[in-house]
Design a protein around this ligand. Structure first.
Ligand code: MEV
Length: 325
């Protein structure tokens, strides 16, 4: 048996804009997806039932890419601590963990993180109508704090370049890791789920249509990228008051491209009273909000009062990790 886990992620800055090549920043969170892969008889299975490519396009893509279409069948058992379809990167974490498990099952002694991130990104893109930035899969694979940009940045350590052909054209991203300063230990993220399922592919397609109809909205996408770059600098400087202020601005911009909703706005507003800043996180349209706070208990209680299910996490967690006994 092979067992591998990968963390979920919370996007601090730049969701949606990153699909168009703008910068974005995310941290791995303390909630993981674990994939157990075992040989089995008959056909490939997920959770004991036959692997349905419609339901699990990522897993189908990865097993074909890594082991080939005629490989011996195996069974995936998936255990997730993440809310599904909620903007916390559950499918990216599943892709990263499954990719690393399949690479091990192929007989490789080690799985190279760059290769895991590359294949997991293609799996996401194939499941998201060809539009996926590498932010989710890179954060799940590398862990810590990840800064994706349109150029190599001096304030972070460059890891690799990712490129993809999307329906809107060729995209290229430079993926970096940001060293979290010791001041990051004094702040927490409170993630609140609205409980509203919101598939990423649909939200990404909705933004693509909006930009086609209203090209002037491209200025907001650019501004999101500027906010993300400023946010990466504030994180590496340990200026979390500035990070919070920029998160507030990011929420306004995201609302402007139509990806917020009343439930998210309400939870963001209530969280702001005890936090440094708050915004929706991930694809939006439901899913989750995020607050950066020095008072995690108070902020979590306030979000729960608004009906949100909450995860409290420090900034950054270990990336893809082999869990074999
Ligand atoms: C989803 O977690 C983040 C989006 O920016 C999509 C992507 O980057 O592929 C909305």
């Amino acid at each position: 048996m092979v067992a591998v886990s990968a963390p979920g992620k919370a996007i601090l800055f730049g969701e949606h804009a990153v699909v168009y090549g703008e910068p974005a920043v995310a941290v791995a969170i303390d909630a993981r997806v674990t994939v157990n892969l075992t040989p089995c008889t008959g056909e490939w299975k997920v959770g004991g039932t036959p692997l349905d490519p419609e339901k699990h396009p990522h897993l189908d893509f990865l097993r074909r890419q890594i082991l080939g279409s005629d490989s011996e069948p195996r069974s995936f058992q998936v255990v997730s601590e993440l809310f599904p379809a909620a903007g916390l990167g559950s499918s990216a974490a599943l892709s990263a963990a499954a990719c690393s498990a399949l690479i091990q099952a192929s007989g490789a002694t080690e799985s190279d993180v760059v290769e895991v991130a590359r294949l997991a990104h293609f799996a996401e893109a194939s499941a998201q109508g060809g539009r996926a930035s590498p932010i989710d899969t890179s954060t799940s694979t590398l862990g810590g704090c990840v800064f994706v940009s349109d150029q190599r940045e001096s304030l972070a350590s460059w890891q690799y370049t990712r490129s993809l052909t999307t329906p809107e054209g060729e995209r290229e991203w430079e993926v970096h890791s940001v060293d979290l300063p010791s001041k990051a230990e004094s702040v927490w993220l409170v993630v609140g789920s609205t409980g509203i399922h919101s598939p990423t592919g649909e939200m990404v397609a909705k933004v693509a249509e909006l930009l086609k109809r209203n090209p002037e909205k491209e200025a907001d996408i650019k501004r999101m990228g500027e906010v993300a770059r400023a946010g990466a600098k504030a994180i590496s400087d340990g200026d979390f008051e500035e990070v919070g202020r920029l998160m507030d601005e990011a929420h306004v911009l995201l609302s402007g491209i139509g990806v917020s909703c009343q439930e998210l706005d309400d939870m963001v507003e209530v969280a702001r009273q005890t936090s440094l800043g708050a915004k929706l996180t991930g694809a939006g349209g439901g899913g989750c909000m995020l607050a950066l706070t020095r008072n995690p208990e108070e902020t979590a209680a306030a979000v729960e009062m608004r009906g949100g299910r909450v995860i409290v996490t420090p900034l950054g967690a270990t990336g893809v990790r082999v869990e074999n006994p």
